[in-house]
Design a protein around this ligand. Structure first.
Ligand code: AHR
Length: 667
């Protein structure tokens, strides 16, 4: 070490010791914190479902997100049939490219492209697809281009090129349609990428002479999750799998409701062959005038079968939410007549059969044909998303009677509206509790303060009767903060404090999920969000790491923890909960210091192993506005350390604005 560096190191150490001394001085002036934990006293079991995931196709979370299709408007079904496509040609010839609509013959996928050429070659006639704000291409990776086609005679070839930002070709191959006839055929070709480019384009050049019909022009990377052709983005699914979620709620969110009933989510339109799933406008396309998303549609390539499969892959219980015969009450509020709810109720009953039915049942057979003869073991569903009012109660009753009379043990989740308090909430909460509804779905998008003040919200909830599903929540920064900057440490830390209250009360709150899950950094509508993605990468926000720490440290039994003999619900900014994992014989304490000073704390644990070491995962940052980003993806993320326990006491200096998960082996 050079002399100057030694001097510098000394100076840094001296400053550091001074700062430490200061924080010690501050903290010695205030009441000391003693946490007592009764490891042998199980208050309640922790439900396996406690921490889960909320998935909605918002912020380009599905198309342009986790669904790995790279071509936008692959089937020309957007309202403007060539949206996302640009025609390239040297000389326009009338009628050489036609979008044909055969709605009478094929109602679900009516449009296709007809190409008629004579002596065409690369550069003379083609189509460019812009992808979802570009196409993410990685050097060395393979890509599969495929198309449906039909031709009566051979003559046209498709020269496929991946185009980089300087218009250079970064991958190419030629597809020669092999068959003739009147039936549609599928053919694929593999391309290797020679460069990495986050915003590439795809060019399809027509070569030769003749006529050909084309549809479902598609490009997928070869490295999808579990290498499933036409599957999901592996990096995004991995983020979910790493959370070990207890359940997967899908497909939303307001997308379930639709702006009107015609625009509601109908699961039967999302299963079966991909080319037969009708494309539909995404309701977030038009929702926010300040975030216009005219190119936001749902292809349903990620449909209900794929949602069930995803849940199974990541070990989560499936939790579908169905439309209850009501469109979004912030939009049209259109409702189906109570006497005409049959198709809606039938959808719910059929979904249970699709998920669980025997291979010979009507819907079980469809699941089997899609490659999953084994049931998906569906045990619960939500009826309605954020619906409210007496009109909701009326419709819910019809669903409840029909489902419970056929499947008495099946659990139903009912909405309590958009807010966790107020008249609408009170009406539903009271009525649903009278009816002993299985689960009541509570949503809270509130400022950080609300989460801190509500850490004890469920301490007084009745232990008997309806359980709570905290189905959507996130602490929201004030509106001056926009986009990914809203997914900051303050939001995450306030949620962590609140979540100690959920965990402590998991006898009542049996499921909880942060929302929304994903946001495409170039195409979001709603923030904050848990995971931010672009065309090539994703990163977890501080909220992601908080959610993950709770989920992977779920334990099996809630045990009492007190702070200076009182509930640990915010004295001096400290919030705590504790669980024991009976399987691994571990005590797991979660403690939040939501204050600007370090706090010396003693944790009294009677049953720790002698000579035990506490393993600590700590998230701490004095800057509450700190965010993660593509450049600094783990700026706010857990750091691990270990501390020896002296006797039966673990002494820790809890850093300012910190969330700590402490694991201690028990006798
Ligand atoms: O998570 C975003 C939206 O918030 C959901 O779609 C809706 O249920 C809630 O209002």
């Amino acid at each position: 070490m050079k002399h100057s560096s030694i001097r510098q190191a000394f100076l840094v150490t001296a400053i550091f010791s001074f700062v430490n001394l200061m924080s010690y001085t501050t903290c010695s002036a205030q009441a000391s914190s003693t946490f007592k934990i009764e490891t042998a006293n199980s208050i309640s079991k922790v439900p396996a479902t406690l921490w889960g995931i909320f998935f909605e196709d918002i912020n380009f979370g599905a198309d342009g997100g986790i669904y790995a299709e790279l071509i936008k408007n692959r089937s020309f079904e957007f309202d403007k049939p060539l949206m996302g496509w640009t025609i390239k040609r040297k000389k326009a010839i009338e009628g050489e490219l036609l979008i044909i609509n055969q709605k009478e013959i094929n109602a679900t996928n009516p449009r296709y492209l007809q190409v008629s050429t004579s002596n065409a070659n690369t550069g003379s006639l083609g189509l460019i697809n812009e992808g979802f704000k570009g196409i993410g291409i990685q050097k060395g990776l393979g890509y599969d281009f495929s198309t449906l086609y039909r031709q009566t005679s051979k003559g046209i070839k498709l020269h496929i090129q991946l185009i980089g930002k300087n218009d250079q070709v970064i991958g190419e191959a030629t597809l020669t349609p092999a068959e003739t006839g009147t039936a549609w055929k599928k053919q694929s070709i593999h391309l290797n990428a020679t460069e990495t480019e986050p915003k590439a384009k795809l060019a399809i050049w027509f070569e030769g002479s003749g006529k050909i019909d084309l549809d479902m022009l598609s490009l997928f990377p070869e490295d999808t999750w579990m290498k499933r052709p036409g599957g999901l983005r592996a990096d995004m699914v991995q983020m979910l799998a790493d959370m070990k979620p207890g359940f997967l709620r899908f497909p939303g969110g307001c997308i379930v409701e639709g702006t009107d009933l015609a625009n509601r989510y109908q699961w039967k339109n999302t299963i079966g062959p991909i080319a037969e799933r009708p494309t539909m406008i995404n309701r977030w396309n038009t929702e926010f005038a300040h975030r216009p998303s005219p190119d936001y549609y749902q292809t349903f390539g990620l449909g209900f079968f794929e949602y069930f499969q995803l849940a199974e892959d990541i070990g989560a219980a499936p939790l579908p939410i169905l439309n209850c015969g009501m469109a979004c009450q912030f939009n049209t509020g259109e409702v189906a007549a109570v006497t005409e709810l049959d198709p809606y109720v039938q959808d719910a009953l059929d979904l249970i059969e699709f998920a669980n039915g025997d291979v010979n049942s009507k819907w079980g057979k469809k699941r089997t044909e899609m490659g999953h003869p084994k049931p998906f073991n569906l045990k619960m569903m939500g009826i309605g998303n954020e619906n409210w009012g007496p009109q909701y109660l009326e419709r819910l009753q019809v669903f409840t009677e029909a489902i419970k009379s056929k499947y008495p043990d099946f659990k139903l989740i009912a909405s309590s509206g958009t807010d966790p308090d107020g008249e609408r909430f009170d009406l539903l909460n009271n009525e649903l509790r009278k009816q002993n509804t299985d689960f009541i779905d509570e949503h809270y998008y509130r400022p950080a303060d609300w989460f801190l003040k509500n850490a004890a919200r469920y301490d007084s909830y009745p232990r008997q009767g309806s359980k709570v599903f905290a189905g959507e929540y996130a602490a929201h920064a004030d509106k001056a903060i926009v986009g990914s900057d809203r997914s900051n440490w303050q939001s995450a830390l306030a949620a962590a404090a609140f979540m100690t209250g959920l965990e402590r009360n998991s006898a009542v709150v049996q499921m909880a999920s942060y929302a929304p899950l994903f946001a495409n950094i170039n195409a979001w509508q709603w923030a904050p969000d848990m995971i931010w993605v672009d065309n090539l990468q994703c990163y977890g926000s501080p909220d992601y790491y908080v959610q993950k720490l709770f989920s992977v440290n779920k334990g099996t039994d809630v045990v009492p923890i007190t702070l200076n003999d009182k509930p640990a619900t915010g004295q001096n900014g400290l919030y705590a909960s504790a669980v024991v994992d009976q399987t691994s014989k571990m005590l797991i304490i979660k403690v939040v210091n939501y204050s600007d000073r370090a706090q010396q704390s003693d944790f009294n644990i009677k049953d720790s192993k002698s000579q035990a070491t506490a393993e600590i995962a700590e998230m701490a940052d004095m800057e509450l506005k700190r965010v993660n980003s593509f450049a600094t993806p783990i700026a706010v993320s857990p750091k691990k350390s270990s501390v020896k326990i002296k006797g039966q006491t673990l002494s820790l200096n809890l850093k300012p604005y910190s969330f700590n998960v402490i694991r201690i082996a028990l006798k």
